[in-house]
Design a protein around this ligand. Sequence first.
Ligand SMILES: Cc1cc2nc3c(=O)[nH]c(=O)nc-3n(C[C@H](O)[C@H](O)[C@H](O)COP(=O)(O)O)c2cc1C
Length: 204
Amino acid sequence: MAEFDIAALGPGEPYRILSSLVVPRPIAWVVTRDVETGTVNVAPFSFFNLVGSDPMTVVLGVSPAKRSGEPKDTGRNLSQIGAGFVVHLVDEAHADAMNRTASELPAHESEAHAADLALAETIKVSPVPRIASAPAALECRVAEIARVGNNRIVLGEVVYVHLRDELWDAEKKHVRTEDAHLIGRLHGSLYVRTSDRFALDRPR
Ligand SMILES: Cc1cc2nc3c(=O)[nH]c(=O)nc-3n(C[C@H](O)[C@H](O)[C@H](O)COP(=O)(O)O)c2cc1C
């Protein structure tokens, strides 16, 4: 077995090894808003998951910006408990736009304009907007912020969900996940589709 003592690895190596192993990761396409300037910020995060159901809770892992070492705009905009933000799920049709919003623009420039994204109003976290065309948008409020070394870990409570009409089967009351064509992240610039599925019956 290849073995790695994390403490003995060089800079960047733990990230390269572990982000290639813990895959695929879902992608949170996150909209936040700078309360002072009103600038709308959009960025993808694959250190993301749904981590609790009562209440529905998501987690985001925000690292410092590579170039400056300063907190990323998303981290800064989510530094207060109660701050509103919106997590969008990413489908194949939005992969390119999502990728474009990963550029580290100066704080006063909005990735929403840069990626030509139309915004829509939210219900519970206004004036933070949502991306109008995304298949699903989860309105969230910051519930807890933990700092582990340089990582800022944001826990958010989901307070409102927008789902494209055709993805909701109102009769059966279920999400048509198979029609959403969501993508996940492997490592680096590699992604996966969610179209290759199989079922397993749970043991009793
Ligand atoms: C698919 C994808 C996933 C990413 N996941 C993360 C992540 O989990 N944590 C992080 O700090 N940066 C992540 N990044 C990089 C950020 O999106 C990037 O640094 C972005 O510019 C941050 O924007 P902001 O400064 O406007 O918040 C990811 C980039 C891509 C393309």
